[in-house]
Design a protein around this ligand. Structure first.
Ligand SMILES: NC(=O)c1ccc[n+]([C@@H]2O[C@H](COP(=O)([O-])OP(=O)(O)OC[C@H]3O[C@@H](n4cnc5c(N)ncnc54)[C@H](O)[C@@H]3O)[C@@H](O)[C@H]2O)c1
Length: 409
């Protein structure tokens, strides 16, 4: 029995208990320490490390990054000297690692996740699963092989208020959900500071990889993949087609991805997701609305609030019904009655939130490693949002509608 097999049988199934049970279970876990290797401990990788420090029985044992300043940052975070390398193959060759986290930029996910999966270790891969449709398919195939454990970094799948809102929607609380409108609006240039000098712009491309098409799916993938994932969850499907547009309206600073994007995704049955991202107006913030025939729910990064359609609005028009307004008598479609937006508080979902969803996602992943269970945010979840984002980016650049390939059989 090797180290991983020994650790695998350690504790009970959290899936059977639901997410509520995860905290207590992880806190009382007595199994041997799990040793984690992290490829790409930049900002997200360090957030994952920070959260993993709260998971009992886990040690950050080694990191791989081509940018040396990360080493000291991680040591500071962990409070100990962590083994380092610039080559992910050296990290994967280590015999003392049980689990691999991959948090490199999108264009490297396929190389790093595929190599990590090949070692047979459980892998937590940051979203989006792959950059191109081909990479998404390749990772999906590798991550669904029997005996493989892969979790995608869609932590909102583990956020209690998102889970509760989606569950309520699925139980019919807002009637039939037909549309998701998702906004991720900011008012900043999405740039990171680059140390100078920077000969050849190498650091600019390493640090601001999000701003260049060769390495990034732009706002659509970086931000929109979370919203696509929630729409996929609500509709129990992945989109069939995607279309959209992008432009640079404010930040003419050498970037090659748009500083705004609007994309439309169509799902089976004519249902739709509309995603918008702006970087010059933050009024809407990060807000996802699920619209149903009897109500709506607004999900933010902190809470969820339900609103209900007044009964009158769903009353079918009666034969020959006429409306008189400003002395004009016409059909019901002329009337603006009931078209002022509702300004009231809505009905806030009361769900206890005790920790960051990334911590819950990490706890859940570690528990899956120990119990050999498949995660909620599995390869199927990862494929669904990544393939839709990859296709939507093509559609946006070509300004046409493109079919999204179905989940591989
Ligand atoms: N789930 C979430 O909410 C969330 C939030 C932020 C970022 N992310 C994802 O995390 C990933 C990383 O984003 P980030 O903001 O941390 O980027 P980042 O640039 O801050 O970090 C990436 C790190 O990878 C390193 N790196 C680059 N190429 C490498 C290579 N070939 N080998 C080893 N290391 C390499 C970089 O030096 C850097 O330290 C992205 O896929 C992003 O979409 C997810």
């Amino acid at each position: 029995m090797n180290r991983r097999e020994l650790l695998g049988g350690a504790s009970a199934a959290w899936f059977a208990m639901g997410l509520e049970g995860v905290r207590g279970l992880a806190e009382t876990a007595t199994a041997d320490e799990l040793r984690v290797g992290v490829i790409g401990p930049g900002s997200r990788g360090q957030e994952l490390i920070l959260q993993l420090l709260h998971v009992p029985g886990v040690r950050i044992a080694a990191i791989c990054d081509i940018y040396e300043p990360r080493y000291a940052q991680v040591n500071r975070l962990v409070g100990a000297e962590v083994a380092t390398t610039k080559d992910y193959r050296d990290l994967l060759d280590r015999k003392d690692l049980d689990v691999i986290y991959v948090a490199t930029p999108l264009a490297h996910h396929a190389e790093h996740v595929l190599a990590a999966l090949k070692t047979g270790r459980p892998v937590y891969g940051e979203k989006a699963m792959g950059f191109t449709p081909e990479q998404c398919r390749e990772i999906y195939a590798a991550a669904t092989k029997p005996g493989t454990l892969f979790q995608i970094g869609h932590q909102y799948r583990y956020a209690p208020w998102v889970r509760a809102a989606v569950e309520q929607v699925k139980k019919g609380k807002i009637g039939e959900p037909t549309h998701v409108y998702a906004y991720w609006h900011r008012n900043n240039d999405w740039r990171r500071q680059v140390p100078s000098p920077d000969p050849g712009g190498k650091l600019e491309h390493l640090i601001n990889w999000r701003l260049y098409r060769e390495t990034s799916g732009g706002l659509l993938t970086e931000l929109g993949s979370h919203h696509i994932d929630i729409a996929n969850w609500v509709f129990d499907a992945i989109p069939e087609r995607a279309t959209g547009m992008t432009s640079i309206v404010r930040f003419h600073d050498g970037r090659t991805v748009g500083d705004n994007v609007q994309a439309v995704f169509s799902y089976p049955g004519g249902r739709r997701l509309m995603f918008s991202s702006l970087t010059d107006n933050a009024k809407m913030g990060n807000e996802l609305w699920i619209y149903g025939t009897e109500g709506s729910v607004a999900i933010t990064i902190e809470d969820a609030t339900f609103y209900y359609e007044p009964k009158a609005r769903i009353k079918p028009a009666e034969e020959g019904e006429q409306v008189a307004k400003h002395g004009i008598t016409t059909g019901a479609s002329y009337s603006t009655k009931g078209e002022m937006p509702y300004r009231g508080p809505g009905e806030k979902l009361r769900v206890p939130v005790t920790e960051d969803p990334t911590l819950t996602a990490c706890r859940a992943f570690i528990e899956c490693v120990r119990t050999k269970r498949q995660p909620l945010a599995d390869a199927r979840v990862g494929y669904g949002s990544a393939i839709a984002a990859a296709i939507a980016n093509r559609a946006v650049y070509e300004e046409q509608g493109i079919r999204v390939p179905a989940l591989p059989a």
